[in-house]
Every structure is written in structure tokens, then in C-alpha cells.
Design a protein around this ligand. Structure first.
Ligand code: 4AD
Ligand code: MG
Length: 478
């Protein structure tokens, strides 16, 4: 349906036939005998080469065929004698849909820095790197839905506007319908935010989990996949203010089942990308290899495809938080006081600790379980020792935490106790607490940060480069 795309054309046998192509010019090269136009329509990383004879078109027309201009080309599909492509198009006719003045068009046929491209997020999908990332991002999203659909999960749409702070971390963006010039005041004269959303408090969701749990208590296996917001002012390469999270939630799953699902799930979606995004992954692998050249041999990482295959082919390491602390206490950086944050039972592991475990000690993905209750959310099921909870974090090389999850506290009294303990008003969670009153059941779930997965698969160093329009403190205006 619709016009022929370059991807389809490249797989066509070069029998003489007339084709019409539409796309954006990547480069134009003129030699004595021919004019070569490399055209790309985003359907594939590959360009199609279109060839015209000198004098075939007016100089006036050819002048408007520049990098970034948009063309419709009609011509004959012929076998290509050039290397790197099997077919090319002998041009009969050119229509210029839109010009791109070379003096002002920001993208030129050279490698631009990722920082520069972040400033022009409206145009960067036209580069090879970003179009490859966006196609891989799409493939991964598709694989996520396919995986859960095949596994008998139902896609549950959870609200973006909510009154709850699912993580209890207070990192919420407020939603308000108030006239900021006429803010309602409490008796003490403070702004009354409780009336934010047509008379009720509201914020953007930090996680669909709590609503997801309601779904699992009816449909058994659900997943959410939607935008999530965190008003944390973290300027890191792993955090966004708006990111997409995938949160499966399963009735009758214990922590072990949850870990098995998480491991199988990430392996299957990565495998999908390996099978279906070969050209784009190869392109990104070569791009990374160029960057690695400047590093000393022993610091270079595995080629991208090898790294992905390794993760898919090997079991993740599973150990408890307590065991991880023991390893860290015996580690060289701890003994030599090289860690910025000191290690001890009860600390919230920082990325240097996680990276040591994953990249130096085990050299593979790690699932850490049974964290101290004090550093984890109120809804996690208490272990019998009363000190730890049935939490699990999946840690990936180069990324750190890619998944956070747990078995949930299904006992009403215990959950209410935790709610009080962390200072949440139970009134705000009455609907959540009721699931523990009516037909409660053991259940578990986890959240995968979609951008961190895309980062891992594409090998990109900065999370801002794997989402089309990144949102972070002081991000671009559109
Ligand atoms: O560990 P988190 O905060 O867990 C939850 O939100 C749970 N409700 C999930 C659940 O059990 N259903 O977040 C889960 C994952 C993290 O492991 C990380 O991959 C990602 O979400 N994440 C972020 N990604 C990008 N930017 C941020 N600011 C992120 N915060 C968390
Ligand atoms: Mg977490």
C-alpha cells in the first residue's frame, strides 16, 4: 500500500522495470559521466543510488537537488555496477517536493556529534544513526507486545493522570487545572494543592504498577507499556524525566517465577532485534567500533552483536543483596578505598557498586534479590526474617539497573503496617488496600525501563539519544 519503499526495492531483482521513488537526498555527487544521487526514505539504513546523465536535466533543477531536499524520482531499475548495491535507478524524471538550502540546512553529509544532534531533535531522525535507533526501538516495542500476547498476558492501559505516588518517592510532576493567579489557600494561607485537579490532588504517573496489580487480581496476567514521569533532577546518561516503562504483573507468581519471566522476556526481545534488525545493528556496531579505536585495546568493549548474543546465550547470575555486599566488601576497590560511596549492609547500591558486580566480578547480567526493607518500596513482600523484602533488580553491563521488581505484599495487615511505616495516608490508597481484603493472592511483577533496553541494544551511551524527543531538565523546547 502506498508508494514503493526503498527497502522493498533493494530486494527486487533488477529486471528492467519503471519505478517511482520518494525520499530525501543524502548526497549528490557529480562526475564527468554521471550524476549520482543517494536517496533514503527511512525504510532502511541503505540508500538507493539514482543516476542521471550530465545534461539530462537543467542546471537550475540540479542546483535544487541538495542534501536534505525531498524528491520524487521516476526511472528504470537496473543492475548496479558499483560496489555495495545490487540495483540502482536510471533516472527519467525528477520532481523536487522540497528544497533544503545548503547554507542553512544543519545536516551535512559528515558525522555530526551527538550533542549537536540533540539540539536539532526535529531533524536528527534523518541521520543514519538515529533512523537506525528509531527502527530498532520500534522493533523492540513490537517484540514486547508479541512476547506478552504469546504468553497470555493482557495489555492494560493505566492512567497517566493519577492521585497516587506508586513508588512513594515523591518524584511527581503535579497536574493542575488551577488558575495560578487565583490559587486556593488553606486556612493557614498556604497554597492548597489538594484541589489541583478539579478539586482533587493529581500528578503524572511514576509507575502503572498499582493499577497493574488491580488488573492482575482479575485477569491473572497483565502488562502495561506507557509513558512514565519522574520529576528527579538527575542529569545522568541513564535518567529521563519522561520515559516508557513496561510493567508486567502476574497473579500466583512468586519471586522465582518473576525472575524467570524477567530473564526470558529480555532475552526474547533482544533476540527479536538480533533477527529482525541486522542491517541497523551492523551499522551501529561499525559506528561504535570507530569510537572504540581511540581507546586502548584492553579497554575496548565487545562488538555490539557479540555483546547481545552473549547476554541471550548465557544464564543471568542470581544472588541476594547480602551476598552481593559480601562480594563488594572483599573487592579490590573496597579494600583500596576506591569506591566513592562506602560499602556496608543496608546501603542503597550505587552505580559504581552495581557496575563492579556486573562488569568486573560476574561479567554478565546479574539479578540481585532480597534487599533491606528500608531501601525498597512499601508494597514489597516482607521476608520471614523481617529485615529484607522480596525485591529483585536486574543489572546489565554498561547500564546498571534495567529492571526493578518484586513479589508484592498480599497480606492486608502487613501491607497496612508498611503504609503507616513509610508515612503514606492509607485513605489515598483505599482502593489498593481493598485488593488485599477481597480475594487477595500471591502476586509479583516488575518494571523494565524501555529506554535503558534500547540503550543496551543499540550500544548508545546516553539515554537522551534513544527516545525521539527526550525530556530532561532544560531539554529542548519542542
Ligand atoms: O525501579 P523502578 O522505580 O520500579 C518501579 O517503578 C516499579 N513500580 C516497577 C514494578 O515493579 N512494576 O523503575 C523500574 C525501571 C528501572 O529499573 C529503570 O530501568 C527504569 O524503570 N527507570 C528509568 N528509566 C529512565 N529514566 C528514569 N528516570 C528512570 N527511573 C526508572
Ligand atoms: Mg529501582
Amino acid at each position: 500500500m502506498g508508494p514503493l519503499q526503498i527497502k522493498e526495492l533493494l530486494n527486487t531483482s533488477p529486471e528492467k522495470q519503471t519505478v517511482t521513488l520518494k525520499g530525501w537526498v543524502r548526497t549528490k555527487r557529480e562526475s564527468k559521466n554521471a550524476i549520482f544521487i543517494a536517496l533514503n526514505d527511512g525504510s532502511t539504513i541503505h540508500n538507493i543510488q539514482a543516476v542521471a546523465e550530465p545534461g539530462q536535466f537543467s542546471a537550475e533543477l540540479l542546483q535544487t537537488v541538495t542534501t536534505g531536499s525531498c524528491l520524487k524520482i521516476t526511472g528504470q531499475l537496473v543492475e548496479s555496477l558499483g560496489s555495495g548495491q545490487t540495483v540502482e535507478v536510471k533516472i527519467d524524471d525528477i520532481l523536487v517536493y522540497g528544497t533544503a538550502d545548503p547554507d542553512t540546512y544543519p545536516l551535512q553529509p559528515k558525522r555530526h556529534s551527538l550533542e549537536f544532534l540533540r539540539e536539532i531533535a526535529h531533524l536528527r531522525p534523518r541521520t543514519n544513526t538515529f533512523s537506525a535507533i528509531l527502527r530498532i526501538r520500534h522493533a523492540l516495542a513490537f517484540a514486547v507486545h508479541q512476547y506478552f500476547n504469546d504468553g497470555g498476558f493482557f495489555y492494560l492501559h493505566t492512567p497517566v493522570i493519577t492521585a497516587s505516588d506508586a513508588e512513594g518517592a515523591g518524584e511527581m510532576f503535579r497536574v493542575t487545572t488551577l488558575d495560578l493567579n487565583k490559587l486556593p489557600r488553606t486556612e493557614e494561607g498556604n497554597i492548597n494543592f489538594k484541589e489541583d485537579f478539579f478539586g482533587r490532588e493529581a500528578n503524572l504517573t511514576v509507575s502503572g504498577q498499582l493499577e497493574g496489580e488491580l488488573g492482575a487480581m482479575a485477569l491473572s496476567k497483565i502488562y502495561t507499556f506507557g509513558p512514565t514521569f519522574r520529576a528527579e533532577n538527575s542529569n545522568t546518561t541513564r535518567h529521563l524525566a519522561e520515559f516508557w516503562m513496561i510493567e508486567p504483573e502476574m497473579a500466583f507468581f512468586e519471586l522465582e517465577d518473576n525472575m524467570d519471566l524477567a530473564e526470558d522476556f529480555v532475552k526474547k526481545v533482544i533476540t527479536y532485534a538480533l533477527t529482525n534488525c541486522k542491517d541497523d545493528l551492523n551499522f551501529l556496531q561499525n559506528r561504535l567500533a570507530e569510537e572504540e579505536k581511540s581507546k586502548p585495546q584492553n579497554e575496548r568493549s565487545l562488538p555490539l552483536l557479540e555483546k547481545l548474543s552473549f547476554v541471550v546465550d548465557n544464564p543471568f547470575e542470581r544472588l541476594t543483596y547480602t551476598e552481593a555486599i559480601e562480594i563488594l566488601l572483599k573487592s579490590k576497590p573496597h579494600k583500596e578505598k576506591k569506591f566513592q560511596y562506602p560499602v556496608g549492609w543496608g546501603i542503597d547500591l550505587s552505580s559504581e557498586h552495581e557496575r563492579y558486580l556486573v562488569e568486573k566480578h560476574f561479567k554478565k547480567p546479574v539479578i540481585l534479590t532480597n534487599y533491606p526493607r528500608e531501601i525498597k518500596s512499601f508494597y514489597m513482600k516482607l521476608d520471614d526474617d523481617g529485615k529484607t523484602v522480596r525485591a529483585m533488580d536486574v543489572l546489565f553491563p554498561g547500564i546498571g539497573e534495567i529492571i526493578g521488581g518484586s513479589q508484592r505484599e498480599e497480606n492486608y495487615e502487613k501491607l497496612l503496617g508498611r503504609v503507616h511505616e513509610v508515612g503514606i495516608d492509607p485513605q489515598n490508597l483505599w482502593w489498593y488496600l481493598e485488593t488485599r481484603k477481597f480475594g487477595t493472592a500471591p502476586h509479583s511483577g516488575f518494571g523494565l525501563g524501555f529506554e535503558r533496553l534500547v540503550q543496551f541494544v543499540t550500544g548508545m551511551g546516553n539515554i537522551r539519544d534513544v527516545i525521539p524527543f527526550p525530556r530532561y531538565p532544560k531539554s529542548a523546547e519542542f
